[in-house]
Design a protein around this ligand. Structure first.
Ligand code: ASP
Length: 312
């Protein structure tokens, strides 16, 4: 029988070893290892894959080091607009929110959409009103802001970039975005979750791949759970997460072959870059990326977690 496993990411981008201070590197390693450990404990106790990915992404949203929830990047207008998605591989049910501005944990709102609404994707004020009807309390948008992200916006405006965090030649300090988790539980169920503040200096109203099932998030018990990070527009056009599942289903590619084909070949051909994390129903893990680095961690139940930042 396959072993339960969880993998998480904190975004892919131009993370270079030389620009990362030892303290900062330790902070990332500690955060990734604690969060993957929390997900691993849920799975070890018999918790479901959807529980494990939701909790891992909630913890990543709470951590200001990552571009999701607290620590989200700024739009061109200096606001925060966040997107999140959760997908259950057992039922193919998905829930997602886009463009939310007053919800501390967008992934929990996505989970409410999955469990308490007849819909898949809700946006803006309507998504927030729905989440509040179901017990979430609004927060002031300033809680998402960090000084580092504000500097990143000023730099992006100065360079007239629509904050292509992943492809722009920005400093490490200015890096990336998006968080995600994928898991296989002891009962053989797969699940995925993705959450993001999007891209620095994006136009208000812009939505990336992260909240779109099939683009930045996908899970199907028949084959794979995937969470993506990268140039959102390209991941949408490539239907990246679903394409990985489709290559496994229709072409019988292995997890490794399917993720390499999509992330390392198809996405760059369309002019994008980034990465993905994926777990298949046998408990194999793939974490490919085209960028200099991707914050990532993975742990099978019973094993010590592994953490990576750069290309090894
Ligand atoms: N894919 C995300 C978006 O386009 C950004 C990222 O992964 O950093 O919103």
């Amino acid at each position: 029988m396959a072993r339960a496993v969880i993998a998480i990411h904190g975004g892919a981008g131009a993370i270079s070893r030389g620009q990362m201070s030892a303290d900062k590197e330790q902070a990332y390693i500690r955060a990734l290892s604690d969060i993957v450990g929390a997900g691993q404990e849920i799975l070890a106790a018999g918790g479901s894959a959807i529980e494990a990915v939701t909790e891992a992404v909630r913890l990543l949203e709470e951590c200001p080091l990552f571009n999701a929830g607290i620590g989200s990047v700024f739009t061109r207008d200096g606001t925060h607009e966040m997107d999140a998605c959760v997908m259950d591989g057992a039922t193919l049910n998905a829930g997602a929110v886009a463009g939310v501005r007053h919800l501390r944990n967008p992934v929990l709102a996505a989970r409410l959409v999955l469990e308490r609404s007849p819909h898949v994707l809700m946006i803006g004020d309507g998504a927030e009103a729905f989440a509040m009807q179901h017990g979430m309390t609004p927060v002031s948008p300033e809680i998402f802001s960090t000084e580092e992200r504000r500097q990143q916006l000023l730099q992006a405006i100065g360079a007239q970039q629509v904050a292509l965090d992943h492809s722009a030649p920005l400093d490490e300090a200015d890096k990336l975005g998006t968080v995600g988790a994928v898991a296989l539980d002891l009962a053989g169920n797969l699940a995925a979750a993705t959450s993001t503040g999007g891209m620095t200096n994006k136009l208000p109203g812009r939505v990336g791949d992260s909240p779109l099932p099939g683009a930045g998030c996908y899970a199907n018990n028949a084959n794979v759970a995937v969470s993506c990070t990268g140039t959102g527009e390209v991941y949408i056009r490539a239907q990246a997460a679903y394409d990985i599942a489709a290559l496994m289903e229709y072409r019988c590619l292995s997890l490794h072959q399917a993720t390499e084909r999509v992330i390392m070949e198809k996405i760059p051909t369309l002019g994008g870059d980034g990465g993905a994390i994926a777990v298949d129903r046998e408990g194999n893990v793939a974490l490919p990326f085209t960028t200099e680095g991707m914050y990532r961690a993975w742990a099978w139940v019973g094993d010590a977690p592994s953490v990576g930042i750069y290309r090894e």
